[in-house]
Every structure is written in C-alpha cells, then in structure tokens.
Design a binder for this molecule. Structure first.
Ligand code: ADP
Ligand code: MG
Length: 250
C-alpha cells in the first residue's frame, strides 16, 4: 500500500452555537489515490475540505504525511502550501492577468525564481489548453477557462494533495466536460485528490473510493462500482435516487 498523505482522526467541527457539522471523521488518503466525497447539500462536504486545508479550526487531528498540522498556528501557511484547493467560484484576482494569477504564490510565498516559474506556468497553461490566454484577464475568459486557470494555479505549487470543491457546479453544461477532462488526466498521472462533486458519472469514473457523507458523518465508504450499484444504507439509496430524473413522473 502507498504512503498515507493526508489523514484525520476524530475530526469534529462546530460553528458558534449549533450542533456539530462534522462528527468524529476518521479519514485517510494514500499517495496517488482519488477519493470522491458525495452527499446532500449541507452535509458538511465543503466544511470538511476547508478543515483539511486549515481554513477552519476543528477539534481532532489532521495529519499530513504522519505529522499533526492543525495544532500549531505559526506553521499553518507552510502546511497549507502543500495542500492545493480549487473552489466552485474560481477566486482569481480580477485585476491580474492569467499569468500573474498563476505565478503570484510561487514567487511570493515559495520565493522561487521568476524565469523558472514563468516557464512552468506556460507549460501548465498549455497543458490545459490555455497557452494563448496567459496575458488575458479573468473577465475575458469563460467559466470553464477560469476554472482551468484555478487548477493550474493550484498545481504550480506542487501540492502533495489537491482538494476540489464542486469545481464544475457554477459552469454551463458544455464547459463541465473540459474541466472534468483535466481532472481525469491529473488522476491518471497519479495526483492525489479529494474531490467533492455532484457529477455522478464523473465520480464513478475518477474515484478509487467513494465516501458518502450525511449530516456530518461518513455513512458509506466503498469502491465506486459498489457504491453506485449497490448502496447499502437507505440514506445513500435516497441520495442516489435524486439523480434519477427519468424515474420522475411529470
Ligand atoms: P455542503 O458543502 O455539504 O453543502 P457545508 O460544509 O457548506 O455543506 O455546510 C455544512 C453545514 O455547516 C451547513 O448546515 C451550513 O449551514 C453550516 N455552515 C457552513 N459554514 C458555516 C459558517 N461559516 N458558519 C455557520 N455555519 C456554517
Ligand atoms: Mg459545499
């Protein structure tokens, strides 16, 4: 078995006043593994990814390559650099070019050499079909193109694991595929990823393992063939049924 990259033990998250949103989550992902998290809206998927990326404080342990990373505030940035994240809403800087958006963090945070970073940025942009867009501004791009820039911006940091939170949820249908294609290629190349998505066919294709989260708990954890064909719990069956429009009587 490959090395465990990221792990949680008893991860519990509550917001001020209110019940726990994540309840004692034990999770781990190995080098090169792709874990897809599915579950109903509000079940805690985004909160879980935000905790993994140290954007939220939580109880319990988060370990990166076996080392607890959520207990000492002063090293948070150093750890966060190693955990890439892409959001539904791109989060690009509107007044910076695509190239500047992509090279900002490696230059400022990692203090890498300008020419080396520029070359890698161009290589990555061309890999996702955006070689021509380096000098464009985000407003001049389609949603699918912006999301591919956001992926490149994460990749250039050489993260040990990449977290993707519903990265196609805001896209028009014709752009969903171009973005998912990039993610499928990353998976094939061995990128370790935790993916939250509502694209069930994509989930089935890309996942090594599927986690079904409901009300802040891991309810099922299976190989994709098993989960999608033979969900075990009523909660998972009910959730999967919401994707079967053909069964609706209109
Ligand atoms: P999902 O991504 O699965 O739709 P979220 O992780 O966004 O779910 O939310 C899980 C629960 O936590 C929801 O009930 C949501 O309202 C609550 N929540 C998320 N973020 C906050 C916050 N910053 N403050 C208070 N409650 C929050
Ligand atoms: Mg969410």
């Amino acid at each position: 078995m490959e090395q465990v990259i990221l792990e949680t033990a008893g991860l519990t998250k509550s917001f001020e006043q209110g019940a726990a949103v994540l309840k004692k989550i034990d999770f781990s992902i190995h080098q090169g593994e792709v874990v897809v998290i599915v579950g109903p809206s509000g079940c805690g998927k985004s909160t879980f990814l935000r905790c993994l990326n140290l954007l939220e404080e939580a109880e319990g342990d988060i370990l990166l390559e076996g080392k607890i990373i959520n207990k000492e505030k002063k090293n948070i940035h150093r750890y966060r650099e190693q955990i890439g994240m892409v959001f539904q809403s791109y989060e690009l800087f509107p007044h910076k070019t695509v190239l500047d958006n992509v090279t900002l963090a490696p230059l400022l945070v990692q203090k890498r050499e300008k020419e080396e970073v520029r070359q890698e940025a161009e290589k990555l942009l061309s890999r996702v079909g955006l070689a021509e867009k380096a000098k464009s501004y985000p407003r001049q791009l389609s949603g699918g193109q912006k999301q591919r820039v956001a992926i490149v911006r994460a990749l250039i940091m050489h993260p040990k694991v990449l977290l993707l939170d519903e990265i196609t949820a805001a896209l028009d249908p014709e752009m969903v595929r171009e973005v998912l294609q990039v993610v499928l290629e990353l998976a094939r190349e061995g990128m370790t990823m935790v993916i939250v998505t509502h694209e069930m066919e994509f989930a089935r294709a890309v996942a090594d393992r599927v986690i079904f989260l409901d009300q802040g708990e891991i309810v099922e954890e299976e190989k994709p063939e098993e989960f999608f064909s033979y969900p075990k719990t009523d909660r998972a069956k009910k959730f999967l049924n919401t994707f079967h429009y053909e069964a609706l009587e209109i």
